[in-house]
Design a protein around this ligand. Structure first.
Ligand code: NAP
Length: 254
């Protein structure tokens, strides 16, 4: 399959890491990318897609579509995949990116915040993977990349819900890699460290300095640092890689 002819779905693609992934895939590997989001806070779905396509107009003529969907809902995930099949003609790549944090020490963490984070970060991966593998199995080709986090590998106080969800994503990734290998579908995860997005914008200067003490490369990551590795995992160069978790963290975990 030619590099530029792939068709991708990216969850949570309107901003942050997801937006960088949409742009990277559309400009390097795909003829079409459909991204889903829950809110589309600043724009309607159509405006969000048009805005990204406009930013890329000098780099690619790939088609970009947006679809309003809640990743916690299986029927929304199925509707996203159906829309991608109808607009793009199929699905070759699935990037499970949407995620949230609701941080607190366990003594103060509410049951609602635990359930919410598990639903958005982990059940979403079940929803979209289950919906997307049907067309992938039929064509005997698929590339799935799940966005975990380094804290899913090493733990982090104040994030029991988030860490449990990301450790769950890693276990799910390895199991899917084993289940789907015979169908020529690879399933990998990336584990970003501290990446500059709205999710980490809440950190104050002191917290940033403290965090950077543990980053040998001495800077926070950019969304593009993550997007480039994901594009690699979806490329022919990575055809023999499955079930792996690649840390993109400036050396924080090694
Ligand atoms: P972000 O800027 O907060 O963006 C999160 C995205 O997820 C948004 O597009 C949001 O959509 C979407 N989303 C949230 N809840 C949703 C739902 N119920 N249904 C559909 N979409 C939903 O976050 P980010 O920093 O780019 O993070 C992206 C991924 O990387 C997450 O899985 C996160 O856990 C992971 N990660 C981030 C870092 C970091 O340092 N930033 C580190 C490690 C891992 P709306 O725009 O519609 O709200």
């Amino acid at each position: 399959m030619s590099q530029r002819n792939k068709r991708a779905i990216v969850t949570g693609g309107s901003r942050g890491i997801g937006r960088a992934i949409v742009k990277e895939l559309a400009s390097r590997s795909c003829s079409g990318v459909l991204f889903s989001d829950i809110a589309f806070i600043n724009n309607s779905t159509e405006e969000s897609a048009a805005e990204i396509m406009n930013e890329l107009k000098d780099l690619t003529d790939a088609k970009i579509y947006a679809f309003k969907a809640d990743v916690t809902s299986f029927s929304d995930a199925q509707a996203t995949v159906d829309d991608a099949v109808s607009k793009l003609g199929g699905v070759d790549i699935l990037i499970n990116n949407a995620g949230i944090t609701r941080d607190n020490l366990l003594l103060r963490m509410t049951e609602e915040d635990f359930d919410k984070v598990l639903n958005v970060n982990l059940k979403s991966v079940f929803n979209y993977t289950k919906a997307a593998i049907r067309p992938m199995i039929a064509q005997r080709y698929g590339r799935i990349v799940n966005i975990a986090s380094v804290v899913g590998l090493i733990g982090n106080p104040g994030q029991a819900n988030y860490v449990a969800s990301k450790a769950g994503v890693i276990g799910f990734t390895k199991t899917m890699a084993r289940e789907l290998a015979g169908k020529n579908i690879t399933v990998n995860a990336v584990a970003p460290g501290f990446i500059e997005t709205e999710m980490t914008a809440k950190l104050n200067e002191k917290q940033r300095e403290q965090l950077l003490l543990n980053v040998p490369l001495k800077r926070m990551g950019k969304p593009e640092d993550v997007a480039r590795v994901i594009n690699f995992l979806c490329s022919e160069d990575a055809d023999y890689i499955t079930g792996q978790v690649i840390a993109i963290d400036g050396g924080m975990t090694m």
